[in-house]
Design a protein around this ligand. Structure first.
Ligand SMILES: Nc1ncnc2c1ncn2[C@@H]1O[C@H](COP(=O)(O)OP(=O)(O)OP(=O)(O)O)[C@@H](O)[C@H]1O
Ligand code: SF4
Ligand SMILES: [Mg+2]
Length: 360
C-alpha cells in the first residue's frame, strides 16, 4: 500500500495510505451563450480505501458531474480543472487529469469502475448479457476463461442464475435483474473503486433495498471501495459509512453517516432529511424543500443556499462560508451551523446508521 504525506480536506498534514482517490479544487465549467456555467465548484474530497461514501443532493446539484470528473469523463465542451489523484494499493500515485487516452481507458474499468446514471438502458439490446461480458474482457485483454468464471461468481453473489442471465438478452430480464447484471459487469475486471450514479433510481422500493444489501456483501467479499450517488439520503444512509452532501454544485457538508443523521449541521442537509422521512414512508408524507435549485449560470452570491435558508442573514448574503469543523470527522460549510439544529428541528426520528442497525 502506498504511503505518502498530503493535506486532508481540512488542510492538515497526514499520511494518505488510506486514501484511494483525492479531489482538490475540482471544477467544471461550460461556456454557454448565456454566460459561464460552473456546474462543479471547487470540490475537495477524499475517498478512503474500503469505505462506502454516499453522495447526496437534489436533482441538478452536480452529483453526476462530480462522478464524471473523478474519471476525467466530463462531456465536451465542459472544462474540468483541479487535481485528481488516484492512489493504487501498489504503485505510484496517478495524476488522473494527466493520463493519455489509453491510460484513462484502462483506469476506467480496471481501477475505477463507474455505473453511469441511466446505464441500464445502455445495454446493447441485440447482444446477450454474455456478449457484454466477453466484449469487456476482450477490450481489456483480460483472460476470457478466468473472466467468465468471475462473471459466474459475481452473478451468483448477486442472487442471479448465471447460466440463465448470461444467455438472456437485456429485454428478457426484469429491471432489478438487469441492474444486478450491470453491477456484475462493472466489477468483472476487479476494480478497487466502484462509483454508482443512481443505481437504484429506476427500481421499486423493495428492489432498491435488496440491491443495497447485495452491494454490501459484494463490497466485503471483493474488498471494494464504493461511492454511491443518489438524491435519496435516507436510502443510502443505511449503506454508507460516510456522506457528502451537495448543494448548488459544491459540497456543503461531509461527515460520518452517524453524525450526519443525528446531527446534520447544514440547514440544507436538515431540510433534505426532513423532506424524505424514511424509507418506508408513503410518498404523500414527503415534503419538498421550499424554493428552487439554483441555475448554474446564476448562482446566488454569498452562500448559495441563502435564498432558501431560514437562518440567512446579511453575512450569508455577502460572503461565502468556508468549511467549519463540527468534529474531526464532520465538516460543514455554513456560518450558523451551531444554530441549525434548533432552527430546523427534525420532523421525524432519523433512520439509524448501519452500526446501530446491526446492534438492534
Ligand atoms: N452537457 C452539459 N452542458 C451544460 N450543462 C450541463 C451538462 N450536463 C449537465 N449540465 C448541468 O450541470 C448541472 C449539474 O448536473 P448533474 O447532472 O451533475 O446533476 P445531478 O445532481 O446529477 O442531478 P440528477 O439528480 O437529476 O441526476 C446541472 O445544472 C445541469 O444542467
Ligand atoms: S451560511 Fe447562512 S445562508 Fe448559508 S446555509 Fe448557513 S445560515 Fe444558511
Ligand atoms: Mg445525476
Amino acid at each position: 500500500m502506498s504511503t505518502h504525506n498530503t493535506t486532508n480536506e481540512s488542510g492538515e498534514m497526514y499520511s494518505a495510505s488510506e486514501t484511494i482517490i483525492e479531489l482538490r479544487n475540482t471544477e467544471v465549467v461550460f461556456d454557454m451563450s448565456r454566460g459561464v456555467s460552473r456546474v462543479l465548484d471547487n470540490v475537495d474530497l477524499d475517498i478512503r480505501r474500503g469505505e462506502i461514501l454516499g453522495v447526496v443532493g437534489e436533482s441538478g446539484s452536480g452529483k453526476s458531474m462530480l462522478a464524471s470528473a473523478m474519471l476525467d469523463a466530463v462531456v465536451d465542451p465542459g472544462i474540468l480543472s483541479g487535481q485528481i489523484t488516484y492512489y493504487p494499493d501498489d504503485g505510484d500515485p496517478v495524476n488522473v487529469l494527466g493520463l493519455s487516452d489509453e491510460e484513462l481507458r484502462r483506469l476506467r474499468w480496471e481501477d475505477i469502475s463507474m455505473v453511469f446514471q441511466g446505464a441500464m438502458s445502455s445495454f446493447n439490446p441485440t447482444m446477450s448479457v454474455k456478449g457484454h461480458f466477453v466484449e469487456t474482457l476482450e477490450a481489456h485483454e483480460y483472460d476470457r476463461e478466468e473472466g467468465m468464471e468471475r462473471a459466474h461468481e459475481l452473478l451468483s453473489d448477486l442472487y442471479l442464475d448465471p447460466e440463465r442471465v448470461l444467455e438472456s438478452y437485456p429485454h428478457e430480464l426484469s429491471g432489478g435483474m438487469r441492474q444486478r447484471a450491470l453491477i456484475a459487469l462493472s466489477v468483472v475486471l476487479e476494480p478497487d473503486l466502484l462509483v454508482m450514479d443512481e443505481p437504484t433510481a429506476a427500481l421499486d422500493l423493495l428492489m432498491q433495498r435488496s440491491i443495497l444489501s447485495l452491494l454490501e456483501g459484494l463490497k466485503e467479499k471483493y474488498d471494494l471501495t464504493m461511492v454511491f450517488i443518489t438524491h435519496d439520503l435516507p436510502l443510502v444512509a443505511e449503506l454508507a459509512n460516510r456522506m457528502a452532501v451537495m448543494y448548488a454544485f459544491e459540497l456543503v457538508e461531509k461527515g460520518s453517516t452517524d453524525e450526519i443523521l443525528q446531527n446534520a449541521a447544514h440547514p440544507y442537509t436538515r431540510a433534505l432529511l426532513n423532506s424524505t422521512p424514511n424509507l418506508d414512508a408513503p410518498l404523500s408524507e414527503m415534503t419538498s424543500i421550499e424554493g428552487s435549485a439554483p441555475d448554474p449560470v446564476n448562482v446566488p452570491e454569498g452562500c448559495s443556499y441563502h435564498p432558501r435558508c431560514p437562518l440567512a442573514d446579511e453575512q450569508c448574503v455577502a460572503e461565502a462560508p468556508d468549511f467549519h469543523d463540527v468534529s474531526s470527522s464532520h465538516q460543514v460549510e455554513c456560518f450558523h451551523w451551531e444554530d441549525a439544529a434548533e432552527a430546523i428541528p427534525f420532523n421525524i426520528e432519523q433512520p439509524s446508521s448501519p452500526e446501530e442497525g446491526e446492534a438492534r
